[in-house]
Design a binder for this molecule. Sequence first.
Ligand code: NAP
Ligand code: COA
Length: 272
Amino acid sequence: MAVTLDFKDKVVVVVGGTSGINRGIAERFAAQGACVAVASRSQDKVDDTVASLKSAGAPKAVGQAFDVRDPDAVAAGLKVFHEQLGDFDILVSGAAGNFPALISDMSVNAFRTVVEIDLMGTIHVMKGAYPYLKKPGSSIINISAPQGYQASEAQGHVGAAKAGVDQITRVLALEWGGEGIRINSVVPGFIADTEGVKRLSASEDSLNETIDYTPLNRIGEKNDVANMCLMLSSELSSYVTGQVIEVDGGLYLRGSSVFGKALGDMLRSQKA
Ligand code: NAP
Ligand code: COA
C-alpha cells in the first residue's frame, strides 16, 4: 500500500484553532494542502488565523466565531463549515481554558467554567460535527492534557475535565468505529510560546526545571504536536483508535509533581 502524508483537498476543522498549539496544527494542515476551517470566540483571532492559513497554502480557509460552551452556536458554526467545504475528513477539538487555582480557593463557577469549556465543549463539538463527518474515513483528534490522569495541584478543574475528554475519546472509538470514524486524544508536553506554558509555569526556574526533567532535554515545539496530528490522520494510523497519545519528549513519565507542586507552593505562599 502506498502511504502518503498529502492532505490536498482534505477538509480539516480545528475548533479552538486560533492560537497556540491548535493554530500550529491548523497551519501545518494548511501547508499540506488541506482546506482548513478554524473557530474560536474572538472574531479578530479567527480573521487573523484565516489570513495566515491562506498564506500558508490553504486558499479556501474559512473561520467562524463561536463559544464551545453554547451547543447551538457550535452546531450552527459547524453547519456553515459543511456548507462551505463539504464533509469533514479531520476534526481537531482543542478549545480549552485554564488557570492555576486550589480547589478550596476557587469558586464553584470557576470550576464549572473550565469543565464547561474543556469537557462540555468537547461533547458539543463531537455531537455538532457528527452529521458532517466522512463515514467511513474520518479522523478526530481531541487535544487533551496529562492532568486528566496525573493528579496535579492547582489543576483539579482541568484534571476533571480532561479525564472526561479522554473517556469521551474511548467511548466514541467504540460507538463510531463501526462507521469508520477513528478518534484519539493527543496530550502535548510543555510546548514553547503557548498560553498554557505561560499560565502553568510558576516561575522561570520552574519552567527550566521542567525542561531539565524532560528526557529528550528540550521544550516541545508546536510542530511536534502538529506532526502527530498529521500521522494520526493519515493511512499510517488506519488501525489506531481510542488512544491517548503523549507528545511530550517523555516528560510525563516523571509524573505530575514537576509543575503541579510548584503551582501549589506558589498559590500557598501567596496566601501566607
Ligand atoms: P491557547 O493558545 O490559549 O489556545 C486555546 C484556543 O481555544 C484559542 O484559540 C482560544 O481562542 C480557544 N478558546 C478558548 N476558550 C474557548 C471557548 N470557550 N470557545 C471557543 N474557543 C475557545 O492554548 P494552548 O496553550 O495552545 O493550548 C491548546 C490546547 O493544548 C488546550 O487544549 C490545552 O489544554 C492543551 N495543552 C497545552 C499544553 C501547553 O504546553 N500549552 C500542554 C498540555 C495540553 P479564543 O480566545 O478566541 O476563544
Ligand atoms: N483563579 C481563580 N478563579 C478564576 C481565575 C483564577 N486565576 N480566573 C478566572 N476565575 C474565575 C472567575 O472569578 C469566575 O468565577 P466567579 O464568577 O465565581 O467570579 C470564573 O472563573 C469564570 O471567569 P470569567 O473570567 O468570567 O470566564 P471567561 O469565560 O471570560 O474566561 C477563562 C474563561 C477564565 C478560562 C479564561 O482564562 C480564558 O478565556 N481562557 C482561555 C485561554 C486559556 O486558558 N488558555 C490556556 C489553555 S491550557
